[in-house]
Design a protein around this ligand. Structure first.
Ligand code: EPU
Length: 422
């Protein structure tokens, strides 16, 4: 298995390109199941999770081609559709559950495996199933699979309020309600930029969705959707991750294509820590002067709050801040798996339930480390850039799920990072 070697670094300088969003692309690709005409996504990220979604859609009968080196995903679902999403693919990636809404809307029935366990939390599916049941679906769990069907074959518009603004359940609801008969309203909807991107794409396909980006989304169901071409929104988590590289090492880096509106709550915390962020037409420029970073407290929340997907990376910065920071994780129940690894590098962190207290130390020291999820892995790379000596991060397959060409991108701004083939 490959690993990544990182050497403690001086300041980083230059430009770094930010890719299209993994989590937007993973929701946009299943939208191809809603139409028999082609859907083309440009600005797609080159990631193993996208390949997994490709394999899943292909197993359902879609044709998916990666063009221009994978930056364009051209999809078409004009033939016969297989309604069964198999455990062998679904277990690899939770976002596979995003085919449930589209299959149900297009075919009137679907059989989708439950994804099973996940390193960061239990991640149940109840919000997805109750949202689809509100639209008239009958869903039963049999042999590890959700068996869903709609009497009469077509979903019916309905008003539904979610008990929590789940990103995935909002996406499944939007796709299903787009082809339902009549008007649907989703209250307490997730407001993430990936939801807005999905609604924009569905509207290009002929859907009638209003209010995406707010807590109340209204959808007028239509009889059919047509083809479209859509650019995937910028990846705000890759953006935030790379913004932290100069924040940790010093220097000045412009994240090309970055927008403040995607990362406002995160930027507030960076600025409170003493890092300067400027928005220009080219992107977001991050600069750290020679002073030590200041401690800040962080609470993860649904968008527009501080993203859980940047909590691990922010912790890497705060390990060497002046003073004590408290990070509270409210979205997932087990998302501090990076803390024991950072402690191996000399960090002083205490974890109690959903809180991590980080006492800033002068310097971290390189060590062999590993992580059990994507964001935790990249936080160890960031920590390694700030540490004395060498850090080897193993289980690199997690990184390849969410960061394209990470060694090339970071070495392009002066980081000492290389992949060791295993
Ligand atoms: N939840 C339920 N029931 C459900 C669905 C969710 O209780 O039916 C709970 C989850 O267990 C969790 C919380 O609600 O505690 C939030 O889950 P949500 O459904 O919002 O998350 P998701 O759609 O499964 C997406 C991203 C995650 C990101 C979360 C939160 C994709 C493909 N994944 O997951 O991304 O952390 O939203 O913002 O969009 C990552 O990229 O590293 C990643 C984990």
């Amino acid at each position: 298995m490959d690993s990544i070697l990182v050497r403690g670094n001086g300041p980083l300088n230059g430009d770094i390109e930010i890719a299209g969003a993994k989590n937007a692309c993973l929701a946009l690709m299943p939208a191809t199941l809603l139409s028999d005409e082609p859907l083309t996504l440009t600005n797609a990220p080159r990631l193993s999770d996208i390949k997994t979604m490709t394999a899943l859609l292909a197993s359902l009968g879609a044709e998916v081609s990666a063009l221009q080196d994978g930056k364009v995903q051209a999809m078409s679902c004009h033939g016969e559709i297989n309604p069964i999403a198999d455990y062998d693919i679904v277990r690899k990636m939770r976002a596979s559950n995003l085919v449930l809404g589209p299959l149900l809307a297009r075919l009137g029935h679907a059989v989708v495996s439950l994804p099973g366990g996940c390193a960061i939390g239990a991640r149940p599916m109840d919000l997805h199933t109750t949202a689809l049941e509100a639209l008239g679906a009958e869903i039963e769990l049999k042999d590890g699979y959700l068996h869903a069907k709609v009497a009469g074959g077509r979903l019916k518009g309905a008003v539904h309020k979610m008990r929590f603004p789940s990103v995935g359940a909002t996406e499944n609801f939007l796709m299903a309600a787009s082809l339902a008969k009549g008007t649907s309203v989703l209250e307490n909807a997730a407001r993430e930029p990936e939801i807005v991107d999905l609604a924009d794409c569905l509207n290009k396909m002929g859907a009638q969705i209003e209010g995406a980006g707010t807590s109340r989304i209204e959808i007028q169901g239509v009889d059919r959707l047509h083809g479209a071409t859509h650019p995937v929104v910028t990846d705000r988590i890759e953006l935030g991750t790379f913004m932290l590289a100069p924040a940790i090492c010093g220097g000045e880096v412009t994240c090309l294509g970055g927008k403040l509106s995607l990362v406002e709550s995160f930027v507030e915390k960076l600025e409170a820590a003493g890092i300067s962020v400027t928005e220009t037409e080219r992107g977001l420029t991050v600069k750290r002067n020679g002073d030590r970073v200041k401690a800040v407290d962080v609470v993860t929340e649904p968008f527009p709050g501080f993203p859980t997907d940047l909590q691990a990376q922010m912790m890497a910065l705060l390990c060497t801040a002046e003073g004590t920071s408290v990070l509270e994780e409210t979205i997932f129940e087990n998302r501090f798996m990076h803390a024991p690894e950072l402690i191996r590098m000399g960090a002083q962190i205490e974890v109690h339930g959903g809180h991590a207290t980080v006492h800033g130390v002068d310097k971290l020291k390189g060590a062999p480390v590993m992580a059990t999820d994507l964001r935790a892995s990249v936080s160890l790379i960031l920590a390694g850039l700030a540490a004395e000596g060498e850090t080897v991060v193993s289980r690199v397959y997690h990184l390849d799920r969410g960061y394209e060409f990470i060694e090339q991108k970071l070495s392009g701004i002066g980081a000492h990072i290389e992949r060791i083939k295993g």
